[in-house]
Ligand binder design. Structure first.
Ligand SMILES: O=c1[nH]c(=O)c2[nH]c(=O)[nH]c2[nH]1
Length: 296
């Protein structure tokens, strides 16, 4: 015998672009997103009995993603995701949870002759602003916001020593190394009961994003890093301090290694330790360091 242990379905990778045209100034503002929407509820019989009467077609889910982008602001993405998720609960009694994911891609305004251009933009990095909303009848609106894919490197100001040394250890201690990572930072909001509650004081979401980005970049730059672990903990602590509605902050950071290259075989070149200039960046393996920090 078998039973359906869990099920969700919907549309993934729905690409959406929205433009806002300010009629008085002529300035246009654009947002490009990739949206996912997966539904849960009383949908078991569609799997177990071929009963499609409980299925809102994934094509209709895709259409709804566009319609809600037309009807509501898409900024901040936390609000759009909440509106979109709530719609499925309001419209379909047998749907109990909508899992929304919004990935916002960067389009930064171009400066021409020192002036912000009214309708031209460039991609100034692969970093994305992400939101996951789980909108459910039982719990309300659970929101997680994130920055992903923000690549950073510091060429000094990072050390790593004092770690366990035993018969498995080959790594030397260092007081000066390169530190590089692709930042994946996530902050979890207190649960909201309604979309109206999300909308009240909605500027908190952009403020938290800006704070998280600035804290990440500044702490990465300014901290005399003892380890990835310690530097990321400092980032989490500071985000919790700056963003009052946030309950939990987490980072997942690959430690992207840059190996010294011994070039002494060629004319006795000195290229290690304090003389190191040419390094070999490694594609893998990489360290992977994660943590979550909550309020105590
Ligand atoms: O910051 C670091 N943390 C580690 O846990 C670790 N392990 C390692 O080999 N290098 C590093 N660097």
């Amino acid at each position: 015998m078998a039973r359906l242990a869990s099920a969700r379905y919907g549309k993934d990778n729905v690409r959406v672009y929205k433009v806002h045209k300010d009629q008085t100034t002529g300035v246009q503002t654009v947002t490009e997103m990739t949206v996912s929407c997966l539904l849960e509820g009383q949908i078991e019989t569609s799997y177990t009995e071929a009963d499609n009467s409980v299925v809102v077609a994934t094509d209709s889910i895709k259409n709804t993603i566009y319609i809600k982008a037309k009807e509501h602001p898409v900024n901040p993405p936390e609000l759009y995701a909440s509106h979109l998720g709530q719609h499925f609960l309001d419209k379909y009694p047998h749907i109990s949870v909508a899992n929304i994911k919004v990935i916002v891609h960067r389009w930064t305004r171009i400066t021409v002759d020192g002036q912000p251009h009214p309708h031209s933009f460039y991609r100034d990095g692969n970093e994305t602003r992400n939101v996951e909303a789980r909108v459910s009848r039982e719990k309300g609106i659970e929101l997680k916001s994130a920055i992903q894919g923000l690549s950073v490197l510091k060429s000094t100001g990072s050390a790593f020593h004092g770690f366990v040394r035993d018969e498995y250890t080959t790594l030397g201690e260092t007081w000066d190394r390169i530190l590089s990572t692709d930042v994946d930072a996530t902050w979890t909001w207190k649960t909201y009961a309604t979309v109206a509650e999300v909308e009240q004081g909605v500027s908190r979401f952009d403020e938290a994003f800006d704070a998280a980005r600035t804290i990440t970049l500044e702490t990465f730059s300014l901290d005399e890093s003892a380890s990835v672990q310690n530097t990321m903990y400092k980032m989490c602590e500071e985000i919790l301090e700056k963003a009052p509605g946030v309950e939990l902050v987490g980072y997942s950071l690959p430690n992207k290694h840059y190996f010294e290259v011994d070039l002494s075989w060629h004319k006795g070149y000195k290229n290690t330790g304090k003389d190191a200039e040419v390094y070999a960046p490694q594609s893998g393996p990489n360290g992977l360091i994660k943590c979550e920090v909550a309020r105590s």
